[in-house]
Each structure stands twice: as C-alpha cells, then as structure tokens.
Ligand binder design. Sequence first.
Ligand code: ATP
Length: 336
Amino acid sequence: VRVLGIEGTAWAASAAVYDADRDDVVIESDAYQPESGGIHPREAAEHMHDAIPRVVERALEHARESHAGPATEPPIDAVAFSRGPGLGPCLRVVGTAARALSQALAVPLVGVNHMVAHLEIGRHTSGFDSPVCLNASGANAHLLAYRNGRYRVLGETMDTGVGNAIDKFTRHVGWSHPGGPKVEAAAEDGDYVDLPYVVKGMDFSFSGIMSAAKQAVDDGTPVEDVCYSLQENVFGMLTEVSERALSLTGSDELVLGGGVGQNARLREMLAEMCAQRGAEFHAPEPRFLRDNAGMIAVLGAKMYAAGDTLALEDSRVDPDFRPDQVPVSWRVDEPE
Ligand code: ATP
C-alpha cells in the first residue's frame, strides 16, 4: 500500500509518499519564510498555492519511479491530507489539491487530524503500544493519551501554543522567524533569572512568562539570560505535566511530537524525567517533528487500511479540529 500525504496547516507546504510494505517515507517540503514578523495567513496561503503543486509533483515522481505495476495504474492507493487544525486559508488550498488528486487518480481520500498525526508518527517510529504524547508544536501544546477509542486531551495550554509563545518573544527582541532555534542557541551562554512558572493541574499558561521575558529584556537583563530562563521554565512546565500524565495513566512510555520537539534541552529534560521513573522516552527524528507530510501519509495509510476514508461531500477542512474529535479507527481496543 502506498499513500500520498499532503500537509499545509501553516508554514510547511509538504508532500510525501509512504510505502507501507517497505515502511519507507519520502518527504518533499517547501517552507514559507515571512519577510518580517510572524506567519501571515494570507501570505502563507499564497505560498501553499505556489508550492503545493511543486512538492506534490516531486513526491508523485518518487512514487512513479518505484511503482512496479503497469503505467496505466495510479502509483498510489490513496490521498491523505491534513484537515486541521491550522490556518483556514492554507487548509483550503490543501483540501482542494487533495480532492482534485483523488478524483484525477480515482483513489480514495483520507482526512487526517494534524495533531493526531504529530502523535501517531512517534508511536509508529518508537513501536510503543500506548504512550502518553507531548505535542509541543508552534500553534499547540497538548498532552494526549488513548482511551476507549479516542485520544483524550489530558492537559493543554490555556493560551498560545508553545512555539508561537517563543516566536512572539523573539519578534519582540527583533530576531527573524522562527525564533525557537535562536532562543536555543542564545540560551547556551545564559544564567538563570527569575521568570513566572504557571502550571494549573494538567494545564499550563505561557502568556505571563512571555510578558515577563519581554519586560526583562527591555529592563536590560542580558537576552542570553532571559533565553536560558525561558527554556528552563517553559520546558520545566511541559516536563512536569508530562510526568503527571504518565502517573495518571500508569503508562511507562512517552513520545514527543511537534516542531519545538527539535529542542535539545526539552528532550534532555523529558529523557531525564522518564529515566528517573523507569519510563521509556522517544523523540522521532527532526524531519518527523516539524510540520511534514510524512506523518500525514503514515497515519493516512493506517486509516486507509481501516477503511476510514472520506466522501468528497464530507471532506471540508476544519481550522479548529481537535484531536479528541477523531474516532480512532486504526487501533483495536484490547478487552479491559
Ligand atoms: P502546529 O503543528 O501546532 O500547527 P506549527 O505549524 O507552527 O504548529 P511546527 O512545525 O510543529 O509548526 O513547529 C514550529 C515551531 O517550532 C516554531 O514556533 C519554531 O520556533 C519552533 N521550533 C523550531 N525549532 C525549535 C527549537 N530548536 N527549539 C524550540 N523551538 C523550535
């Protein structure tokens, strides 16, 4: 089985082909880079318009090259696309492309939840059975765990996503988008200064710490110190709630998902916490952490195999698509 995945929820115009028989993923991506400021939804959608046909063509080229069947057969068995959550104008471009391809190639359409894909790629590459997942991405921050046919949201941000919070801080200090890698580099030379730390039960908030971080820089605190302390507090908060989620579910497996998961300090904190409680920790390779169509194709293949395809008339995108809205068709529940 081979599935074409298309991703375009925010900045990454991406297409991938997943060959389930060989467990092989080829990803073609084209990133939108804002000239100034953060991600502008209209510009990001224009980027999708321009780049999606290109990355899809390149991904299909790989599929055709490795396709053993007659040239008249489509080189893929299904088209999977990210239905949401994400920026509406971007999602609509991706939805239109996916519908057109599914019609043109006469193969089924599969609608994938982008957050569940961030989680499932970690489950896939780790081989863990039922992990807790920390999704640390740009526009989101969730703790998820599977129970009775759904991924349940055990905890989440009460305001912005973790990457967006960091990016707002770096815009304030005049650094170009994306800010996460720049904070990571600057933090290497920093010392700790006091910043807020906000965890409420299983939920957490970034707005207070970000305002305080901006203020600290304006007041003359060295930016390296603020970056170091930001990382320690924000990632400490995520580690604390991840530990609580492991304890609550009784799971001894944690996977990390999302673009912020590329940060070495976050991975170190999570790995250390897991080691201390005898749990296993897995972070997928970077190409599967940041937004990418590989994760869409891999989950798309599982959904396709479960018969979880979409009729054209039901294939609307959903900018607010929550992970717990997805009936998990591709996992078989063990009797309790
Ligand atoms: P979502 O998946 O929620 O729609 P998104 O589309 O914005 O989010 P991702 O690719 O998951 O995107 O994550 C992008 C974010 O990751 C950006 O905010 C960026 O600053 C952050 N990021 C990238 N590398 C690092 C790093 N090394 N450390 C911290 N943050 C990072």
